[in-house]
Design a binder for this molecule. Structure first.
Ligand code: SF4
Length: 253
């Protein structure tokens, strides 16, 4: 049996967190709001071997699913190092379990794609970049690492998550739209999400429309970029900007 799609995320059937914690310190982070599912300090990096074992056992018998691993973590943060609370060997253990469950498609997201190059990534893993437009600094830093990302993750399994998408791409003082559309052109799937939580700023419609139109322009070979706009970016299911597409490799009946 397959689990229901996770409502808040929308594009996966389930999430697994054998590693938790993240030290990027984003002001809009949702992880503290899911406190209670995890430890006293959900941001503190931690490896949970019992959860990894449960993931290995349970997913061995479920229907093929899209599984988001690390929804409450960045497993590729700079803090993952030998001797730390989360080590590269822990990450390898998680990747190994994924590789031994070939019936599933695993998705992991990181704000630090350069570290993906440190691992042998299984062929059923879609390893993606996550970036928000809130911090121009983060976007520029990411731009410097895109080449490392494309070298580490082969075409056919590249994901870009623009989340949260807010309002600054169209700030004329810098070239965010150029950067974002250049990245999109390298990707096999693009996810767009909004801010969540009390008083969250809504997603800017002009900006979203621009990105939807860009994704739906035909590439040279006649294809377009599959796009998934989350419900926290566009709540109305009848809204034409609520596009929810999957690339062929992630389509599961
Ligand atoms: S990268 Fe994600 S998990 Fe880490 S602090 Fe930012 S929003 Fe939270």
């Amino acid at each position: 049996m397959r689990k229901q799609k996770h409502n808040a995320i929308g594009w996966c059937h389930e999430t697994r967190n054998p590693i938790t914690g993240c030290l990027h310190g984003c002001s809009y982070c949702y992880v503290p709001r899911v406190k209670g599912r995890f430890e006293k300090d959900p941001m503190k990096p931690a490896f949970h071997p019992e959860r990894l074992e449960r993931m290995r056992k349970e997913l061995a018998t479920t229907e093929p699913s899209r599984v988001f691993v690390g929804s409450c973590a960045d497993m590729f943060g700079e803090w993952v190092r030998p001797g730390a609370d989360v080590t590269p060997d822990h990450v390898r253990q998680v990747l190994d379990v994924c590789s031994k469950l070939p019936q599933h498609k695993f998705i992991m997201l990181t704000r630090n794609p350069a570290r993906l190059a440190d691992y042998d990534l299984p062929s059923n893993l879609w390893a993606g970049i996550s970036v928000s437009d809130i911090e121009k600094r983060d976007m520029l830093a990411l731009n410097e690492r895109v080449d490392i990302y494309t070298a580490a993750v082969p075409p056919g399994r590249r994901v870009l998550s623009l989340e949260p998408l807010t309002t600054t791409y169209f700030d004329s003082s810098w070239s965010a739209p150029v950067l974002v559309t250049a990245w999109m052109g390298l990707m096999d799937w693009v996810i767009i999400g909004g801010l969540t939580g009390k008083g969250a700023r809504p997603t800017e419609r002009d900006e979203l429309q621009y990105l939807v139109e860009f994704a739906h322009k035909e590439c040279g070979d006649g294809s377009t970029i599959p796009l998934f706009v989350k419900s926290n970016a566009v709540a109305d299911t009848a809204d034409p900007l609520r596009v929810q597409e999957y690339p062929e490799g992630l389509r599961l009946a």
